[in-house]
Design a protein around this ligand. Sequence first.
Ligand code: HEC
Ligand code: HEC
Length: 464
Amino acid sequence: MNEEQKQQYKEKYAQAKQKGVKFWPDIIYKDLLVVFALFLISVMLATFLGVAQEPKADPSDATYIPRPEWYFLFLFKFLAIYGQIPVLGKIEWIAAAVVPGIAVGALFLLPFMDRSPYRHFSKRGMALAFMTLLVVTIVALTMIADIPTDQLSLLQFLAGLALPGIFLIAVIAIPFIFKQNPNRILAWATGIGSALILGLTVAIMVLATPAAATEEVALATTISEKVILGEELYGLQCVECHGAEGEGGEVIGVEGMEGAVLEAINARDLMYTFTDDTLYNIIEYGQPESAPAMPPFGRAYGGALSPGEMEAIVTFMRYTWDDRAELPAEAAAASAMPALRPDEVPSYDVHIQPIVKRYCISCHREGKTNNNYWMTSYDEIINTGDNAPNLVAGDMLCNTIRMLNREEIEAGGPMPPTKALKPELLDIFMRWINAGMPETAEDAAAASGAGQPYPAPLAPTPYP
Ligand code: HEC
Ligand code: HEC
């Protein structure tokens, strides 16, 4: 600004002051009126509408993952996307401190940097373009904030980081390159940049399956259905470490867990202090802090379980181990281990499969080593295993019977490793083998030797 301009400005200002309203008391009075009106509106809103409360804070919940308020989500997302960049992404403080620091510092220094005497928007192309792009980026980042960053990560990187970066730098550079009349070019750059960023954002939102929506349609709806599904999944995913009854104890035969001793998770203490949300979070995120760590099971964290499945496991745990929750009769009937009439011959379908699902397959299925013994089907249970056959019709000295009776043999130690099967379940196993291992209920009904007492070669073996 040169001297002449300065002079003009001062004159204009003096004139305006002559005509204008007094700051004190006139303007202050108006301000006070507006502030008071706003205050009244807030009081009314708080009294008559209120805000939905979140669940009470749970101090025993070590797995709580704090999330920022919505107006900080863009920063959170920015950090997450930045973190995906190889090498640079590891230097977290650049994104966490330097970038926000520069932004806040620039705002602070703005009055010193922007010395232009002009106020009219046509003279402020660069500032307008820059701010528009920044706001568009913030909106875009907020919109995709709850989409897991590892989904469509390239698109997210483009929309949330690369394009905004390129266009913001371009907008600063344009006035230096096109000195004559940069506004048209600035407007084009802003328009194209914003359209690209927002277009990609919408594409991401349409294409991504957000964390909570991976849900299969109505996996299980009633409590009974959830308990039954949850029991099955618990048998598959959790038994190997926590035991069939959630009893804990020493972990045997699980890679990376050798010698770990786990607390019981079926205890009243735990059931009374852990809410369903806490249990859900533990399953979803695992217990990464404990040593040894429990792995995460949520799909978004590389695990095998969908939200509906995790919810089912929580429901199963709640209704099975919390003595305050009463299991609906239907679920109790369906999830009870099969009973056997004295003269009935057990079959694989009706009797053995439920026992195996609960007590064995967590360790004996595809993906586990454990002597390559898989127990997920009739065929597998009979034919797989390094020491196959482990089950031989009518052979009361076959590997499985001896191991179930807690013997240590060449094929391995007692099975399940930590806790003996209940006597009535062991009895079912022995009778089934003795009767020739029928697969279906019809086969069992037709089996000869029905209900005959089996020889009990090992039953009284004292437990070690
Ligand atoms: C690979 C072994 C492993 C598997 C599989 C596993 N967990 Fe865990 N779990 C752990 C470990 C280790 C801890 C740490 C607790 C401890 O030190 O006692 C733990 C802790 C827990 C706790 C908290 C216990 C407490 O006192 O804080 C719960 C609840 C739990 N697991 C539930 C489950 C459920 C449900 C599943 C199946 C989806 C499962 N776990 C599968 C190893 C496992
Ligand atoms: C906590 C994990 C775990 C559970 C649960 C478990 N097993 Fe095992 N099983 C193993 C391991 C580990 C081996 C390898 C031998 C060893 O180390 O003792 C094995 C081996 C076996 C073998 C020998 C296979 C072969 O061909 O060598 C049989 C049979 C067997 N288990 C039966 C069962 C039955 C039946 C159940 C359920 C009632 C069961 N297991 C539950 C871990 C488990």
